[in-house]
Design a protein around this ligand. Structure first.
Ligand SMILES: Cc1cc2nc3c(=O)[nH]c(=O)nc-3n(C[C@H](O)[C@H](O)[C@H](O)COP(=O)(O)O)c2cc1C
Length: 205
């Protein structure tokens, strides 16, 4: 491969950023379909493809989820003893994101597709592999969005309230909510957050 082609591929991977502010213009459905279609090509343990996506297009559904998650978030922050104005600001920010993002996607792991094991140790390992596989589809989706000139961010609220998310969205019992993603055309490109030096994260043996 020519040096320039290789560098361009690495640059593509390195320039994906978590984008949290979007232009108001909508994302065409065909673009979103391509993004989700490419996310299917993520690797997965036993090729079980446990990822499940829920496209939150309906304003009513988004409002129901935003209200339920905001109430739970508020309860947690109150229990933490945060000042009331900070609680209000944080709850309001997360609620507004879900209500206004051009695209909102829930990612869940379908735990019913794993292998059954009689012992808890292997059950835990199998569950972990399904969650790892699902997370890879999340990254692949973000990279596919990047390829389309979209920006997006992974947000972790659903892992704190999986039962509530399952109930509001009427998901199958075996679907374990993992993340909410927001996508859209970036209002601005964020600066890259710093990375640890290579030597701090790699041990050569
Ligand atoms: C598992 C996971 C959970 C995250 N949760 C949140 C979140 O709740 N809210 C948020 O704004 N960003 C969230 N992020 C985005 C990270 O903050 C972001 O990836 C990190 O700061 C590095 O920035 P970059 O993605 O632009 O390289 C999450 C990312 C991951 C992988």
């Amino acid at each position: 491969m020519a040096d320039s082609a290789r560098e361009a591929r690495h640059a593509f991977l390195r320039t994906r950023r978590s984008v949290r502010r979007f232009e108001p213009r909508p994302v065409p459905e065909e673009v979103l379909r391509r993004v989700l279609d490419t996310a299917r090509w993520a690797p997965s343990a036993h090729n079980r493809q446990p990822w499940r996506w829920v496209v939150l297009g309906s304003p009513q559904v988004r409002a129901a989820l935003a209200d339920a998650m905001a109430a739970a978030f508020r309860r947690d922050l109150e229990a933490d003893g945060l000042p009331a104005d900070e609680i209000q600001a944080r709850v309001q920010r997360s609620r507004q994101r879900l209500l206004t993002a051009p695209v909102a996607l829930l990612l869940a792991a379908d735990l019913s597709v794993g292998d059954p094991y009689p012992d808890p140790a292997r059950q835990r390992a199998e569950r972990l592999m399904l969650l790892q596989s699902t997370a890879l589809a999340g990254l692949q989706m973000l990279l596919a969005a990047h390829a389309e000139g979209l920006g997006g961010v992974w947000t972790c609220g659903p892992v704190f309230v999986p039962d509530l998310v399952r109930e509001v969205l009427d998901l199958p019992p075996a679907w374990e909510p993992q993340a909410l993603f927001y996508l859209g055309y970036p209002a601005r490109r964020p600066d890259p957050p710093p990375r640890q030096p290579l030597d701090a994260v790699v041990r050569w043996m």
